[in-house]
Design a protein around this ligand. Structure first.
Ligand code: PLP
Length: 398
């Protein structure tokens, strides 16, 4: 077996199952899961109908590059959402992927080169989406963690990275809006990261899969692609963004997303994917085209998350240090005590599952930035989220 498999950490949900093992929560309270990152809103009917009507199209192998219409719909959405001045060429700068999870993983395998004299670095925020680290380790790179804390307004601290590390860096992961922090990276921050990428010659992989879930309709989160154009990178040099329908359209089971950016990176990545064998089935592509071409359902989705924040936060804020995030669907409160003990006791007394923050982060010389925080996903129905908030309040008031 590949010896690097031994480097992989237990996935947070495995650790959570161990933490809860042997506990019997009160039988009278139905279980509420607020630990998962899986959207639970009803998938849009027109997407499901399109998929159903396309099921006859299973008689041929799909192309890895996808249908031209699929790439065009992704590019069309990027243009509408971010205003890229027509600079994004759908055929050379966009690739469909089967959800961003597989793409974030395979991208690192395709990009990282281990033939140089020093060990390559893949830098990432801390806490982070667990795939970044696994991808780095399996590619033979050293993961370097950039802590995101309340003090840094949950922005990765780029200044804390020594030049020696930047010199070895081949990929920098950014995540905006962030999971789990919900923080949005500004255009200025992204331009600064891009200037570092230029200076030290690395690629930025911007995970923007929560880009359509944001708080303020008047200020949607910017994309790395906009930062690239603002910095004069007219062909998005060194930039690749990852987008998904899972959160935007509440269709995590469709497994549909895309990557877009620098054609000099997209082209060899397409070659990698051709061998990897991960073309998107045509019915999935047709359903995805319908979803990317329509924005009203994403606005309705946002409105539903906003309603949850509006109902849940007034219940929690008197007892918990918690704020509405700029984007995404997670609360990331400071619970001011051990996050594992908090999670275990909440489950034991209220039959409510959340995720200890330290499971989503790694220890660094300045500690584990997830410690004493928990991730609470507002993916359940409004009523369930309200019930959950009331149970957390009861738990804290005792
Ligand atoms: C930050 C982040 N990136 C990527 C993904 C993967 O999403 P998908 O593979 O459904 O596109 C998730 C899913 O939870 C996530 O939270």
């Amino acid at each position: 077996m590949n010896h690097r498999l031994e480097l992989l950490a237990a996935y947070p949900f495995e650790r959570l199952a161990r933490l809860k093992a042997g506990i019997t929560p009160p039988a009278g309270l139905p279980h509420i899961a607020m630990s998962i990152g899986e959207p639970r809103h009803t998938p849009p009917a027109f997407v499901v109908d399109t998929l159903r009507q396309a099921l006859g199209k299973l008689d041929s192998y799909p192309a890895t590059a996808g249908l031209p219409e699929t790439r065009a719909s992704c590019a069309g959405w990027l243009e509408r959402r971010f205003g890229l001045g027509g600079k994004l060429d759908a055929d050379s700068m966009v690739l469909p992927v089967n959800g961003t999870r597989e793409a974030l993983f395979s991208f690192v395998q395709a990009v990282v080169s281990t033939t140089g004299p020093t060990k390559p670095v893949v830098a990432m925020p801390n806490p982070f989406y667990q795939i970044y680290e696994g991808a780095a380790l399996l590619a033979g790179a050293e993961p370097v963690f950039l802590n995101t804390t309340a003090e840094s307004r949950f922005q990765p601290d780029l200044e804390a990275v020594p030049a020696e590390t930047w010199k070895r860096c081949q990929v920098l992961f950014l995540c905006s809006p962030g999971n789990p922090t919900g923080a949005v990276l500004s255009l200025e921050f992204l331009r600064h990261a891009l200037a570092l990428a230029e200076r030290y010659d690395f690629v930025i992989a911007a995970d923007e899969c929560y880009a359509d879930l944001y708080r303020d309709e008047n200020s949607p989160p910017p994309s790395l692609l906009q930062a690239a154009l603002a910095s004069g990178h007219s062909r998005f040099e060194r930039c690749v963004v990852f987008h998904s329908l899972s959160k935007r359209s509440s269709v995590p089971g469709l497994r549909s997303g895309f990557v877009a950016g620098d054609p000099a990176i997209i082209k060899p990545y397409l070659l990698y994917r051709t061998y990897h064998g991960c073309a998107m089935p045509v019915p999935t592509q047709l359903a995805s085209i319908a979803a990317w071409n329509e924005d009203a359902h994403a606005a309705a989705n946002r409105a539903l998350y906003r309603e949850k924040y509006a109902r849940v936060l007034p219940i929690l804020q008197p007892v918990l240090d918690v704020a509405e995030p700029d984007g995404g669907f997670y609360l990331w409160p400071d619970v001011q005590r051990d996050d594992e003990a908090f999670t275990r006791e909440l489950f034991a007394t209220q039959n409510l599952t959340i995720l200890p923050g330290s499971y989503l982060a790694r220890d660094t010389h300045s500690g584990n930035p997830g410690k004493r925080r928990v991730r609470i996903s507002l993916v359940a129905s409004v009523e369930e989220c309200v019930t959950a908030a009331q149970r957390i309040r009861t738990f804290l008031e005792k």
